[in-house]
Design a binder for this molecule. Structure first.
Ligand code: SF4
Length: 432
């Protein structure tokens, strides 16, 4: 049988094309070429889109400072979906990022009504322990929103730039929504921006690995970061066709603009409320000068956060994974044998009879067992391609596949749970 081998084809990113067209998310394909050893989620197109990831590749390839940040709401069991985000954070940490992980207990308290004790218990015993077991290094930062003064203060400052209409358009808030819920939305923006505060080394590119449904938070935060910055920089062309950059501010004192005009090498012109820079070529140096002056004059300077978007695994029974349906997902803390049994009951892309399977081949694109291999259980690309091809040409049977997936799931969970036991004794290394 002649067929195209594309082991990634289970990932139909057409489903996400709306995000590209409507919201300006860029395809990740071009970025992969810029990365020396991309994570398997990148090379397998599980991460399919990004905003401004070019800033991150530039930082990684040129040894410039950058951060990675993501958060988890402590609302229930840690599952394979959380593991994906944790792996993305840890990979960026290994590439040199200053890594931040926030436990969104303020959100869980405000939105789910959970007690602080329960937030703390789930935050540590489900999420943080697995994060450490997966390889998060102690030079990163793990914090609870409710205990971070920087995040709480920044959330308050950001809330002065966010209004009800904007938040309600994004989150569907109504007149009944309590104020803590609104504040927890702005707190997420503070989570995202706080790695750029002076105490963490100042403005720098920061990547937020998220699922594709999280883009509204990213858009809100990019907008808020922009509004917080003391200066706006715009490219202009005058009547004679000269190109220049205009650095503008309504709020900055005139001395700050004067400082910028003096420090920027080359030709600058100082006006009331703005400085024009002619023929600016070294944009990095110019940005650094502007950011330094912003900070020196008590303002904020944020580089708009970058983001990556991954697609989701489907539930083991098909459809969506749901935390209220334990059969639909694998938790990292559940009994390995029970998890193996779930995998054996999972929906496959197999045919009704063995004869049909041999004749027509299976459909890995519709198979949740294949997804388990693709996302989590097979690191070797050649092995994955072999599973895909054998499935498609009808030489592989679902029973064999399920047994293999169940065995690997059990093995992974057993090993992970042993590593969790070690991680429990290492919490103090992380300041917890
Ligand atoms: Fe899925 Fe394997 Fe069956 Fe193919 S043979 S449909 S990959 S379980």
């Amino acid at each position: 049988m002649n067929m195209k081998i594309d082991p990634w084809s289970a990932l139909n990113i057409d489903d996400y094309s709306k995000l590209f067209d409507e919201f300006g998310i860029q395809p990740f394909d071009d970025m992969v070429r810029e990365i020396e050893n991309p994570h398997k989620f990148m090379s397998r197109k599980i991460i399919f889109g990004h905003r401004n990831y070019d800033r991150i590749t530039d930082a990684m390839n040129n040894n410039k400072p950058f951060s990675v940040m993501s958060g988890f709401m402590p609302s229930g069991k840690i599952h394979l979906g959380h593991k994906m985000v944790m792996e993305e954070i840890i990979w960026h940490q290994q590439q040199g990022a200053d890594a931040f992980v926030g436990i969104a207990d303020r959100e869980a308290h405000a939105v789910r009504g959970m007690s602080w004790e329960r937030c703390s218990d789930i935050g540590i015993n489900e999420y943080i322990i697995s994060l450490i077991a997966l390889g998060f290094e102690p030079n990163g930062h793990i914090y609870f929103q409710s205990k971070s003064e920087q995040v709480k203060d920044l959330a308050f400052e950001l809330s002065s730039k966010a209004n009800y209409s904007e938040l309600s358009a994004i989150y569907g808030f109504t007149g009944e929504t309590n104020v803590a819920h609104m504040l927890s939305a702005v707190t997420q923006s503070a989570d995202i921006l706080h790695p750029q505060l002076e105490e963490y080394g100042g403005p720098k590119p920061t990547v937020i690995p998220v699922g594709s449904d999280q883009d509204p938070h990213i858009r809100l935060t990019r907008g808020l970061g922009h509004k917080m910055n003391m200066f706006k920089i715009e490219g202009r062309e005058d009547k004679k066709g000269n190109h220049y950059l205009s650095i503008r501010s309504k709020a900055a004192p005139e001395e700050a603009l004067k400082e910028i005009a003096e420090r920027i090498p080359g030709q600058t012109k100082l006006f009331e409320g703005h400085v024009d820079v002619l023929d600016a070529t070294d944009f990095d140096t110019l940005m650094k000068i502007v950011q330094d002056v912003e900070l020196e004059f008590g303002g904020y300077a944020f580089v708009p956060p970058s983001s990556t978007y991954h697609r989701f695994m489907s539930g083991l029974q098909g459809g969506k994974m749901s935390s209220s349906v334990p059969e639909s997902y694998i938790s990292l803390t559940e009994d390995p044998k029970g998890a193996g049994k779930k995998v054996k009951r999972a929906k496959t892309g197999g045919r009704m009879t063995l004869e049909e399977q041999k004749k027509l081949g299976g459909e890995p694109e519709k198979c949740s067992v294949y997804e388990m291999f693709l996302f989590h259980l097979v690191d070797d690309d050649e092995e994955l391609a072999q599973i895909y091809t054998e499935c498609r040409d009808g030489t592989r049977m679902c029973g064999h596949c399920k047994a293999l997936a169940a065995e690997r799931t059990e093995k992974f969970l057993k090993e992970h749970q042993e590593l969790r036991e070690v991680a429990k004794d290492r919490l103090d290394e992380y300041g917890l």
